[in-house]
Write a protein that binds this ligand. Structure first.
Ligand SMILES: C[S@@+](CC[C@H](N)C(=O)[O-])C[C@H]1O[C@@H](n2cnc3c(N)ncnc32)[C@H](O)[C@@H]1O
Length: 248
């Protein structure tokens, strides 16, 4: 099991695989101020930037689970770089159904709520690893502006407008699921660009060095359209944020 190559071609240089930049990630840490020694389980951890930097900045200990061997390689290298290998562990595996052996203080899933079949199922999956009184961190898209047509919906990588909620409805949903929203940090258009626009340079450099690769035509076609698609649709209509939740 591994992440399909187009993702790693686009995002192999990313440390954060969602519309946060490093400032937003640090803001989230300051917002929730995890106590030293807090245990964190990060489902679909990507390249482990949250766990590694928070191990350095907040002395947390953490486990990250992801299917991407490329991203996990980056996570382990980052842990070495930040000298936190004694505090973070990265596991290659399917996060769908992953439950910690011992309940943890924080369970995170930033930008991968498909692992539990959607938001509700993922919150329930996360709850199963959470110690009493612990905190969930859920990273989720929402409609920043109401999409006017199906082209906009699809331009935001959704099949149907109901795939995402407007922000007030997303926040209401957490209450329906039995949680207080106790903090949130939202992406902005500049941090979206750090996620999306940074992929274009990675793809272009890959194309320049892999002209005969079997994926070259597909990646070339993607680079032809991705920048306009981003500024026309995603950058305008799609928001993204991390919501900190504590059970009522
Ligand atoms: C949008 S990225 C977010 C990564 C990370 N949370 C971050 O914010 O940088 C989604 C991640 O989900 C991982 N992923 C996708 N399906 C998965 C699964 N079933 N189990 C574990 N990881 C998965 C991908 O490899 C990718 O790293």
């Amino acid at each position: 099991m591994d992440l399909p190559r187009p993702f790693t071609i686009r995002e192999r240089h990313h440390r954060i695989h969602n519309p946060f930049d490093d400032t937003k990630l640090a803001t989230l840490g300051r917002a929730i101020t995890p106590a030293p020694g807090t245990t964190i389980l990060d489902l679909a951890c990507g390249s482990g930037e949250m766990l590694c930097t928070w191990a350095r900045d907040w002395q947390i200990t953490g486990t990250g689970v992801d299917i991407s061997t490329v991203f996990l390689g980056g996570a382990r290298a980052r842990a070495q770089e930040l000298d936190v290998t004694d505090r973070v562990t990265f596991v290659h595996g399917d996060a769908a159904g992953y439950v910690a052996a011992e309940p943890v203080g924080i369970v995170a899933c930033l930008g991968a709520t498909w692992i539990g079949g959607g938001l509700d199922g993922t919150v329930e999956l996360m709850r199963r690893s959470l110690a009493p009184g612990g905190m969930l961190l859920v990273g989720e898209p929402y409609w920043r502006l109401e999409p006017p047509d199906q082209a906009t919906v699809e331009g935001c990588h959704a099949g149907h407008r109901d795939d995402f909620r407007p922000l007030p409805e997303l926040v209401e949903r957490f209450a329906v699921l039995g949680y207080d929203v106790v903090e949130m940090v939202l992406a902005d258009q500049d941090s979206w660009d750090r996620y999306a626009a940074a992929q274009w340079l990675s793809v272009r450099r890959w194309l320049d060095t892999h002209p005969d690769d079997e994926l070259a035509a597909e990646m070339r076609a993607e680079l032809d359209t991705a920048p306009v698609q981003h500024v026309r649709y995603q950058r305008e209509y799609l928001g993204w944020g991390v919501f900190a939740l504590i059970a009522r």
